[in-house]
Write a protein that binds this ligand. Sequence first.
Ligand code: PEP
Ligand code: MG
Length: 562
Amino acid sequence: MNDRTLAGTGATPRAGVGTVVWYRPDAELEEPPEDGVDEDEELGRFAEARSVAREELERERERTAERVGDEEAAVFDAHVQFLDDPQIEDGVEAAIEDGLPAEHAVERAFADPIEQFEGMEGRMSERADDLRDVRDRLVRLLTDGERTDLSTLPDGTVVLAERLTPSDTAQLDPERIAGFATATGERTSHAAIFARSLALPAVVGVGGELNEIGDGTTVVVDGDDGEVVVNPDSERRAATADGREADVRHDPVATEDGTEIDVAANVGRPAELDAAKSQGADGVGLFRTEFLFLDRDAPPIEDEQYEAITEALAAFPDGRVVVRTLDVGGDKQIPYLDQPEEENPFLGERGIRRSLGPDEDPFETQLRALLRAGAAEGGDLAVMFPLVATVGELDAALERVESVAADLADEGVEHAVPELGVMIETPGAVFAAEELAERVDFLSIGTNDLAQYVMAAARENGRVADLHDPLHPPVLRAIETSVEAAHANDAWIGMCGEMAGNPNLTEVLVGLGLDELSMSAVTIPDVKANVSKTTREAARALADRVLAAETKETVTELVEEP
Ligand code: PEP
Ligand code: MG
């Protein structure tokens, strides 16, 4: 019998078993001296701690960029900015003038900004974690506090902590850590995002009870069910240990009656290629090229983009790598691209609209890199355009491809035009799917945006989350229309929105006729397993029942039936 089970929020659908090491970085401060401090000395100590903190952050930034990716590493830039924030600096100086030692002054100066960010909505509230991270770093440096070295923990450690900051998680070695659980945190907190991109078992938001688990205890961290199992019985331990390895299938999968379905990975940064391979991806179904443009002052040059694409092709020599051209706008802002302030950015200059307008130069550079990569060794390259709403946009994009190919030919540069495709993300594209499919090799359904535009419910707005759900019949019918249009025009069709990675929906998606499903690496093993458990006929019968349903509730019942 398991001793007890604590409930939290699963961050990654993975389970791990291991031995607890508590991480308690908060140094207890001694009472400040009653007779004040030497102001100059304390200001000097603060300046010194700040400069060491800056050096540490720069090192951690580099290390994260290497191990995880540039996007995650960018958080350390925000930390450096907090170090230099004049409001905080003034606060520390004022507290020292009031007679506090530097470490107490730091705690006092950070208290208000932390509280302000905590009171904000959504992503801004996560800034409070960043501020705490910077505060704790300074206090540690000022108190010589010993910090547990997270990078050298023994194999099979489960880290428990009140919270893990971005710098903490960056130090965790996914090869050695069996998982982590934190008392605080949400699915969108930094720690949870890191865990997902590294397929690390993690449960967040367990609450204060987590503190009752002592160092050295054996626990299962089950990110699937969102629970921490204390002293698991042998059955639970074995199920966890087996589950991590046994499910991964490196070969392509087919339904019982032989319909092959490509199960591919969505990637955005180099470290995700390794995760994709280790989870058995057949290829890449969506390479979000935005990551190449983030966290810098100017667009990446052609060679840099060529290198990144050929790295993905080399990672999947027998598979296909679908690269999406730059998709900025909406919530994706890149400062140097001069994006306008728009009243409704999700209905404004996004995706292909920018590539054919203000970003035509970066688009041309990207197409040059892509066409050169089309001739490179490795897997098969495919290229698709985001947020297309009209046939005219696709024609214009295809013209750009032709003209770039002509330029490369004139210059004598080796190149090949890859397979070309369109994302189906707008109602306009659904209604024009026949004409779009006639012009390209494939379609790929982005259900995150498609659901938002079909249901008129913003994808980031929790108040309409129930409407932003691809199980609403209008979205399912849009998918069916797109699949029929693709197949009637000899094009293949994939899905790369989050819907594709929900293993409960695999059978219905196979039944709807999708040829490829692309998702975050962690769900690949479950989706592959579910493909091989069904038959084309059974899947189609389910799809027909689902398409006949009038409400999302009926659809949900149908897909959840055992
Ligand atoms: C989508 O919209 O479903 C999609 C895959 O694109 P993104 O999430 O990057 O907008
Ligand atoms: Mg999209």
